[in-house]
Design a binder for this molecule. Structure first.
Ligand code: CAA
Length: 440
């Protein structure tokens, strides 16, 4: 079977920044540590008034094409994954291709374009589609461009407001990839859920506390299903485990869940449920406070063990470094976590070629997927080429008033005209709703 996977990756962050402990916490009257320690976030990225999902996606894709010396003819497929789409008919990929065509003076006439939707897991689903398309031999030697782009905004005052973010990840999926090879080992946990949804509305209706439990339940099922294909997993088997990261505090819980599963300590929910007189498993992740108190007590004890701490510091914590500075990017978030992990490997001069990743994706509604990847020989050059640190440093740090204005600008129900906070530099800019940006 041909090796197929991610050949190259680029990240584009929204050009604005909201400081959570410094700006958000005082306005909310909250302890800054609720954000830095509880949720695990220092800042969120936001789009400036001239940015949207199209410009961010096109900018990430353009940077990737330039760096890899690609022309439109090299791309046979463009898929955009997003849960912030503004057009119910025309896929965002056509808008992105339209932007890119302004630069290349050529079009993507023979490329198949589409849009994938299943909340945050759609980025990984697009990756799977590209993998299948190439493995089926339908690509005619060409690569697929997968773009995960979102403006993850919540209504003002919603509990999710602290976890907002905006940015895009572009990935080139090819034969003989330089970054990671995708394996066929894959497992799912999927159920009809209504914890987070946007039925014809811009901002999500979300039951935040329940969404956390649904995430964990589906992730556990996905891991069980993954093991039915790949065999039993072990904590030392994977160099890193990047998860979908709505906020790092969520991944702290997911890391613990996966670890307990991997050390075969899965009986704890059943035991605790029995102790407090509940049905095991079926109700193991429900809203029962006594159950969750008991579970928390158990987890706190495990968390304090040296073995767990060492594993967490090596395998999970490095996946969270970028997320702490950018917030939730929905479809792009798990792919930011993968980059964050590999950046850690680069900065610590680790020899990662041949090592495995277990990638835990999740989308509300709800579905989790676990799949394995193998890090390739070219990974260091690919990660070294990223300029994400420079992008993060260059963001404009918003005051509270700036934040209120920019939130209104991106609220489709409001007609607000605000000056740009930053000057676009060699990038696509938003030029009217639903129209293509132009290159400045
Ligand atoms: N110092 C340290 N920690 C503190 C603290 C302080 N002063 N104050 C609070 N904390 C801790 C809390 O103990 C809590 O940690 P634990 O969960 O480990 O107990 C954490 O900070 C958050 O505090 P709260 O639970 O009180 O926060 P909240 O209720 O205001 O908001 C939330 C939390 C409900 C998850 C909210 O952020 C939310 O609705 N987010 C959007 C939904 C979401 O992201 N869900 C995740 C799963 S769904 C998904 O993944 C899809 C997706 O992308 C949306």
């Amino acid at each position: 079977m041909t090796a197929v996977g991610i050949d190259a990756i680029e990240i584009w962050t929204g050009n604005l920044k909201l400081d959570l402990p410094g700006t958000f916490a005082p306005e909310k009257g909250e302890d800054p540590e609720k954000y830095t320690k509880g949720l695990g976030l220092n800042a969120s990225s936001f789009p400036d008034s001239y940015e949207d999902i199209v410009t961010m996606g096109a900018n990430a894709a353009h940077r990737l094409m330039e760096r890899k010396g690609l022309e439109p003819d090299d791309i046979g497929r463009i898929d955009v994954a997003t849960e912030s789409a503004f057009d119910n008919s025309k896929p965002v990929s056509t808008y992105v291709a339209g932007c890119l065509e302004q630069v290349y003076g050529d079009d993507f006439h023979h490329a198949n374009k589409g849009e994938r939707k299943f909340a945050c897991i759609a980025g990984t689903q697009s990756l799977d589609d590209a993998f299948n398309w190439i493995q089926a031999g339908r690509n005619r030697g060409r690569s697929a461009l997968v773009i995960a782009t979102d403006t993850a905004l919540y209504a003002r005052g919603d509990a999710g407001e602290a976890t907002q973010g905006a940015g895009a990840v572009a990935m080139l999926i090819s034969e003989d990839p330089d970054l990671v090879e995708l394996s066929t080992e894959q497992g799912y946990g999927s159920a009809d859920e209504t914890d987070f949804l946007k039925p014809n509305q811009q901002f999500p209706s979300v039951d935040g506390k329940r969404s956390v439990q649904v995430y964990l339940a589906r992730m556990r099922e996905a891991l069980e299903d993954f093991e039915s294909v790949a065999g039993e997993t072990h904590p030392d088997q994977f160099a890193y485990i990047p998860f979908h990261t709505p906020f790092p505090g969520m991944v702290r819980k997911a890391g613990m869940l996966v670890y307990r599963h991997m050390i075969r300590d899965t009986s704890i929910e059943d035991e605790l449920a029995e102790e407090i007189g509940r049905q095991p498993r079926a109700e193991a992740f429900d809203d029962d406070e006594a159950f969750h108190d008991a579970l928390r007590e158990y987890m706190d004890a495990l968390k304090d063990t040296e073995t767990y701490q060492e594993w967490y510091e090596a395998t999970i914590d490095p996946t969270l470094t970028l997320s702490r500075e950018v917030g939730n990017w929905y479809t792009g978030s798990v792919h930011v976590a993968r980059v964050s992990a590999l950046k850690h490997g680069l900065e610590n001069d680790l020899d990662l070629a041949g090592s495995k990743l277990l990638v835990g994706s999740y989308g509300s509604g709800a579905q989790a997927e676990g799949h394995a990847e193998t890090i390739q020989d070219g990974w260091k050059d690919e990660i070294e080429a990223l300029n994400i640190d420079e992008q993060l440093d260059a963001r404009y740090d918003m005051s509270w008033d700036d934040y209120e204005e920019i939130h209104d600008v991106h609220n489709h129900d409001m007609d607000v005209d605000v000056e740009e906070f930053t000057a676009p530099e060699s990038e696509f800019v938003f030029d009217g709703w639903g129209r293509m940006g132009e290159r400045k």
